[in-house]
Design a protein around this ligand. Sequence first.
Ligand SMILES: [Zn+2]
Length: 196
Amino acid sequence: MPQGAGRLHLHPRLTAPGAPLKSPRMALREIIILPDKRLRQVSEPVQRITADLRALVEDMFETMYKAPGVGLAAIQVGVPQRVVTVDTAKKDEPQNPQAFINPEIVWSSEEKGTYEEGCLSIPEYYEEVERPAQVKVRYMDLDGKTQEVAANGLLATVLQHEIDHTNGILFIDHISRLKRDRVIKKFTKAAKREAE
Ligand SMILES: [Zn+2]
């Protein structure tokens, strides 16, 4: 999800070739864009925490902060694994990077909340989405330990949005069919133009 949904954002771009990265191990990854079919793929659970997995998570944070975004799912960088990175800290707050491996919603509130959502894979498109206002999410941390978090507000929305990605679901699936068809058409046309 992009940072500060509702405001205009530049199209996420990669660092120019040869530009220095923050750390030699970290790398920006390309964010795939609608209508890329991989966005509809259901991601596989992570079996165990490996060096590759840690490198993926580092790259995802780097990519998410650069975009900038508050949440990213691995499939958005083309990796079909159930991995999500989130940072909902406000601009004047210190960074709060959180990684969720195999996240699943184990409880959602009856109470609903509405946020204007956006998605780094659907740049510059924002729409209000209603979701449960509170959720409990079970996940594995980077030490391989099972954890549970109770989330509300923006974090609850971001977690639901990103967990949807691990199941091949996009936030536009939660809006009216008319609006969804319109945005898919727009991005499909843009992809065709770029391919020409
Ligand atoms: Zn998204």
